[in-house]
Design a protein around this ligand. Structure first.
Ligand SMILES: [Zn+2]
Length: 318
């Protein structure tokens, strides 16, 4: 028997339901939607979530599909899918919540007496984190941009989360660590591995749904939950990320693609005015890899236009 929130799931069974967080102004219960597949045999509990940002769709669909294909009769352990953690942001088709306009991925561990997003984060920490063994958090580059396929491994938690990160299968390992309050943080602080997987963005693409599904399946193999040997790369490239913001507002055109390698000074993008005059050129600050590129053309002063990855080193598997 496995219990999470209001659900109790017998071995070899599936269940779905909502962990309540509050009631909307139109009287509907809001909360955390769960899909649970409890294997017939014992094993770890893996939580896979998406929709922390409401405009990131590919991971949400990947979770529904990958959980549908898992056979509880042969699964070892339990998979907890949270296809859309931040439903008010999904309803707003936006990165931030439509209720309190907070970015859920900056406010963990939340506050049970705060605004809706704060309560949502606190509910995840109180009711999900204690009953799972690891968390895989699926993202995309958002509606405004596109990101290279990569895994975010929180700096300072390498001993805890590197195995999980490498099993995601992405060559790029972003050693995130400059900001707190992400969904990873309370999990890592509880002594459990947590990683964030990124790919795609700007629009929904089937190839990116498949990419996320491929990573989750490989992690399930790595954890011994489904049959087969996990595929690992021989080497992984670790990068740090620098967010480049525009000084000028205007029309943005990118000259580099996510994942592209650049030399110092290479042109990554231009910002022009309505008459076609170039107001600003965005150039690579040093040799490295373009991680995220803005895909919408509107740029206001101070908007993010690119995330540039500085190569830190390599990780060799095995
Ligand atoms: Zn995101």
């Amino acid at each position: 028997m496995y219990s999470i929130g209001p659900l109790t799931v017998a071995r070899g069974e599936r269940a779905q339901g909502l962990i309540p967080v509050g009631t909307s102004s139109y009287g509907v219960e809001l909360g955390i939607p769960l899909i649970v597949v409890n294997g017939a045999q014992g094993g770890p509990v893996l939580c896979v979530d998406a929709g922390v940002h409401g405009d990131e769709y590919d991971g949400q669909e990947a979770i529904r599909r990958v959980l549908a294909e898992i056979d509880p009769a042969t699964l070892r352990g339990t998979v907890v899918g949270i296809p859309c953690l931040n439903t008010p942001a999904f309803e707003a088709a936006a990165r931030a919540s439509g209720i309190d306009h907070l970015n859920l991925n900056r406010i963990f561990p939340g506050d049970a007496e705060g605004s809706y997003s704060q309560r949502l984060a606190a509910t995840f920490v109180e009711q999900v984190v204690p009953v799972v063994d690891a968390v895989v958090d699926l993202h995309t580059g958002g509606a405004y941009g596109e990101i290279a396929p990569l895994v975010i491994l929180q700096g300072g938690y390498e001993n805890l989360a590197t195995d999980l990160a490498l099993a995601a299968g992405h060559e790029l390992v972003w050693k995130g660590g400059k900001w707190g309050g992400t969904v990873r943080h309370p999990v890592l602080e509880a002594g459990k591995p947590a990683i964030t997987l990124e790919c795609g963005g700007a629009t929904y693409r089937e190839a990116n749904v498949e990419q996320h599904m491929h990573s989750v399946r490989n992690i399930l193999r790595q954890l011994g939950m489904i049959d087969g040997k996990a595929e690992l790369r021989g080497t992984y490239t670790t990068v740090s990320g620098t967010f480049a913001r525009s000084d000028a507002g205007g029309f943005f055109v990118s000259h580099a693609e996510p994942g592209e390698t650049c030399k110092e000074g290479d042109l990554i993008g231009t910002i022009s005015d309505h008459y076609g005059n170039v107001l600003e050129e965005v150039r690579a600050p040093q040799e490295g890899i373009v991680l995220w590129v803005r895909r919408i053309r509107t740029v206001r002063p101070g908007d993010e236009v690119v995330i540039f990855g500085e190569v830190q080193g390599e990780i060799l598997s095995c």
